[in-house]
Every structure is written in C-alpha cells, then in structure tokens.
Design a binder for this molecule. Structure first.
Ligand code: PMP
Length: 436
C-alpha cells in the first residue's frame, strides 16, 4: 500500500527533530490516535486488533485507570519526599503477590532504572562487580544497563565486568538435547562465566535474567530448569535478579510472576512496562536485608518514582487485573490460541514450533522443519502483512524468526480466532522464498 502523505510527513519530522536511528515498527509505520480495550485506531480511522502491546495491560484506556489518574491528578501530585498513603497502599498490595521474604520495594519510572538499582543492590550485597546476562537480551537504556545487551554493542565495546552466556533455545538446544540436559549445559556456561569474572578480578555480584527469556524468543523450559544455574550462582556468592518487565503481572496465565512459574525465589525482582497500564511506573522488589545493604551503600532518591498519581495508576491497574481475573483469562485464552496455532501448523509447514504461556506466545517460522533453518525475512513480511490486514504482532528471538504475540490481558477467544484467521490468510497468500 501507498504510505500516506501524513505518515511520510511524521516520519520526516521525527528524523529532523529526534535524529537518525529512532526506530518505528513496520515498513509503513503506524500513526495511532485512539485505543480502547484490545483495539487501536489510526489517524485514517482504521481499526487494529492489538496482539502485541503489554503496556496497556488491562486494556487500552481502561476507565478505572483513567479515572484513578484523573482523580489523583486533580487532588495532588508532587515528588516523593512527603508522606503519602498512595505508594504504601500500593506496595502492600503488590508485595502480597510475592514470596513472603520479598517484602520491600522501590518505585521507579522505568524498567531501566529498576535494573540499574538491581545492579547496584547486587554490588552492595556482595561487594563484587561482575554480572552475567544472556547474549540475546535487553534490560534497558541507562549507561550501566545498556552494557547488558550484547545485540547492540556500545562504542568502545562492553564493560569487562559483564560476561554473556548463550541464550537458552528450546528448539535448537545447546548440546543437542532438551530438558534437564539443556539445563546442565546452561549451568556449565554460567560456571564458565563466573570463573572468567573471578580470574579478571571482578568477582560475581549477580546473574540477571528474564525468567521467561522473553527477548530471547521465550523458549519452552520446564519448571526447575533454571535451578542448576541458580545453584552455581549462589554457591559462588552471587545473587539472582529476575527481570519481570515482560512476563510479570499474570501474563503467563499460571502464575503472577515468571519466576514463580519456573519455581524459584529470586533475590531481586525488577518490574516495568505493564505496571500502570501506560503511565510510567517501574519497580524493584527485594528482601529487607538486600534493601538495607542498598540504602546504606547508595543515597538513592527518585523524584517521580511512585508519586501520588503514579501510585494511583499502578493501584488501579493491579485492582482491575485481580477484580477482572485477567490472569485466568490469559491462561484460558492463551491455551485456546496456542491450540489454534498448532492446528494451523498442520496445514502450514513454515510453522516450525509453537510455544509460550498464557497471553505470551508465538511461533517460529522455518524454511524446513528438518533443518529448522529460520525463515527470518519471511517472518518480517508476515508481521508487515498482518499489520496491513489490521492485526498488530511483531517478531523477535535469537534468529528474529519468532512471531511474538502478547496482547492486552482482556484478549478474548473471539479476538484469538480473528488473529488466527488473519494469520492463516497471510500464510496462504504470502509465498515463502527459500533463497531470501
Ligand atoms: N527489561 C526488559 C526485559 C525489557 O524488555 C525492557 C524494555 N523493552 C526493559 C527492561 C527496559 O524498560 P524501560 O524501557 O521501561 O526502561
């Protein structure tokens, strides 16, 4: 389709005002002007089914969240050095969803800040500076946290206190065998990274990982899979940071948090994106001893983090999530949608693997199921074609050939059926070029 004049104009204004390299999704970027529930509308009045955005967690413009923000904004908003119940009431309710020892918290404005604090906590607790992350992740945009993304190396290279381990891949497991064997190979990689950090004089402060490995392509890993790696880290004196920015807040359908689904208790948990339905709220949850070590080592103050309006937005979001039983919805609708993808796989050999949990799922597209060669160019075409047909999805993973489906939590069976019908059409009509 023709890129409209207005779209081209906005793209040019962005480049002029924001500078080069500011990314947008899609060959024809979307210009969205309105949202409601699982739907968004563009400036020309076209409606799109949102199957991708986790920030509007309880649905775009949920009236209870909108009302909570407006009510508090018209009453008081200020920085966080005065007493106010808003933040404390919210944190009482939030920490109740974690293991009892994870009872203290800090509110921030972004997931990046939360991870930055987590790294400092690990330093305060252990007295060491070495960090381990996977080689295909993203944890945020601060100077320190951006060092954890190997996919986008900073000028001058990475800080030497960061070591990378191969991202788990259940479809092509390191060592060739899945399950427990794969878990032990991963743990051995972590052990190797620890030895390097110690040899280089940094010691081990933490491993940071998303317990669902969302950016890595959400491999299918059974509960307990991380236990061997965690044991290696703890034996070496390090702590475990779980970045729950993507899988948290009930998205996986079975548990409120990704680490609960994997069956372990992290030392530090970081939160973001869906936390206040789009209002900028992130956070760190940890044990009182780790919090005390952090508070003693670093004088930390966050002007906006957990201010009265942010706290009201976060409280309303969590209340809606619980009152509308959206985690149960995620489990039920997610299972239905994955079954639908498995049915599509019977007719479309390009679908190599179907995986995920709750309303965080997708499929790897491959040129051949025998070789499992990623159909990376095709996957991008599919995402763009879905957008042209009014369905927003995207793609990621180690080979960028995994369709990522992660809709707002009120996503219904009928919504899933519409997504599946459109995907079926696209896979029928879009030819796979084996040489691309
Ligand atoms: N952690 C993970 C796993 C993320 O995916 C992101 C954002 N994509 C962040 C942290 C950073 O969050 P923010 O953009 O709010 O700083």
């Amino acid at each position: 389709t023709e890129v409209s004049t207005r779209t081209r104009e906005l793209v040019e204004r962005r480049a002029l005002r924001l500078g080069p390299n500011v990314s947008t999704f899609y060959e024809e970027p979307l210009h969205l002007v309105r949202g409601e529930g699982v739907w968004v509308w563009d400036a020309d009045g076209n409606r799109y089914l949102d199957c991708y955005n986790n920030v509007p967690h309880v649905g775009h413009c949920h009236p209870r969240v909108v009302e909570a923000i407006c009510r508090q904004a018209s009453m008081l908003n200020t920085h966080t050095r005065y007493l106010h119940e808003g933040m404390l009431d919210y944190l009482d309710r939030l920490t109740a969803t974690f293991a009892p020892e994870l009872s203290t918290a800090i509110l921030t404005c972004t997931g990046s800040e939360a991870n930055d604090i987590a790294i400092r906590m690990a330093r305060a607790v252990t007295g060491q500076t070495g960090i381990i992350a996977t080689n295909h992740t993203y944890h945020g945009n601060t100077l320190a946290v951006s060092q954890l993304s190997r996919t986008n190396p900073p000028p001058g290279g990475h800080w030497p206190n960061v070591k990378f381990v191969p991202a788990p891949d259940s479809y092509r497991p390191l060592g060739g065998e899945g399950g427990q064997a794969h878990a032990l190979v991963f743990a051995a990689e972590v052990e190797r990274a620890i030895a390097e950090l110690k040899a280089d004089g940094f010691g081990l402060s933490a491993i940071i990982l998303c317990p669902f490995f969302a950016n890595e392509g959400f491999p299918d890993l059974p509960p307990g899979w991380l236990d061997p790696a965690i044991e290696v880290v703890r034996r070496a004196g390090g702590i475990v940071i779980a970045d729950e920015v993507q899988p948290g807040f009930g998205r996986l359908g079975t548990h409120m948090w990704g680490h609960q689904r994997m069956g372990f208790v992290p030392d530090v948990v970081t939160l973001g994106k869906p936390m206040a339905n789009g209002h900028p709220v992130g956070g760190v949850v940890t044990r009182p001893d780790a919090m005390a070590a952090f508070r003693k080592s670093f004088r930390y103050f966050n002007t906006f983090g957990g201010n009265p309006v942010s706290a009201a937005a976060a409280m309303a979001t969590l209340s809606v999530l619980q009152d509308e039983q959206l985690m149960d919805n995620a489990r039920e609708v997610g299972a239905h949608a994955r079954q639908g993808l498995a049915d599509l796989a019977l007719r479309h050999p390009v679908i190599g693997d179907v995986r995920g949990s709750g309303l965080f799922f997708g499929t790897e597209l491959v040129k051949s199921r025998t070789t499992r060669e990623p159909a990376t160019a095709y996957t991008k075409q599919v995402a763009n074609e879905m957008r042209r047909r009014g369905v927003i999805i995207n793609f990621l993973g180690v080979h960028y050939n995994t369709l990522k489906i992660r809709p707002p939590m009120p996503f219904s069976r009928a919504d899933a059926d519409l997504l599946l019908a459109r995907l079926d059409e696209v896979l029928i009509e879009l030819p796979l070029d084996l040489d691309a």
